[in-house]
Design a protein around this ligand. Structure first.
Ligand code: CA
Length: 233
């Protein structure tokens, strides 16, 4: 996995670089926002660690620029006590945040979780970088989805959800499994976060197209498969 660290505090950047390198990540470091954005555009990273307070261009601006055309997972590094920074980061498209100062174990856990959720580890272990079901195609390395050649505008979570459904296409996947795999947490059975996410995803993946791929199996979960129009429920 290739990781970009955008952090102007030299000691911290070096500490993070060394730790991730020891865990077999390939790491680039940028000491300011402009350099970070340039690297993010030039290189295909699997994860970006992005500090908020940076000289020149701040982390929020860098994040918004990255999100114009890339769904790469972004972990924001924020001050522990600045809750508004976390909220703003998540609203602007960050996938997670880590409050400074942080323990190394905490950093590694977050990096691992984001990598796992992005589906890249699975892609690396099978050597398969593209998933296909019918005319739906997922480019796991670039984190892009296409239907009939048209690029779908998915959020990071939607991409992860879709990659899970595609990897197990034809199988019914329960809400609980989706919650665990995509959100990495156990939801109470009375929350409808999975239903809402699936509904949004279906709007993007199926609504404009004649053949539906994402189906609800009542009382059980969801299945992604090509069905002929008269077999639709
Ligand atoms: Ca800083």
């Amino acid at each position: 996995m290739k990781v970009l660290v955008v952090e102007d505090e030299k000691k911290l950047a070096e500490y993070v670089r060394r730790a991730l390198t020891e865990h077999n990540y390939v790491v680039d470091v940028a000491a300011d926002g402009v350099t970070g954005l340039h690297l993010a555009r030039e290189t295909q990273y699997d994860l970006i660690l992005l500090d908020v307070m940076l000289p020149g261009m701040d982390g929020f601006t860098v994040l918004r620029e990255i999100r114009r055309d890339d769904r790469v997972p972004v972990l924001m590094l924020t001050a522990r006590d600045k809750i508004e920074d976390r909220v703003k980061g998540l609203q602007d498209g960050a996938d997670d945040y880590l409050g400074k100062p942080f323990a190394l174990s905490e950093l590694l856990a977050r990096v691992l979780a984001l990598g796992r959720r992005s589906g890249l580890n699975a892609a690396a272990s099978t050597g398969q970088n593209t998933l296909r079901v019918g005319d739906l195609e997922l480019d796991l390395l670039r984190r892009r989805a296409y239907r009939s050649g048209t690029r779908l505008d998915l959020t990071a979570k939607e991409f992860t959800l879709l990659s899970l459904l595609m990897r197990k296409h034809g199988e019914v996947i329960s809400r609980l499994e989706i919650a665990e795999q995509v959100w990495d947490i156990n939801f109470n059975s009375n929350t409808n976060v999975v239903e809402v996410a699936v509904r949004r995803l279906r709007g993007k993946v199926d609504d404009p197209f004649p053949v539906r791929l994402l189906h609800t199996v009542r009382g059980m979960g969801y299945v992604l498969e090509e069905r002929t129009p008269d077999a639709q429920t």
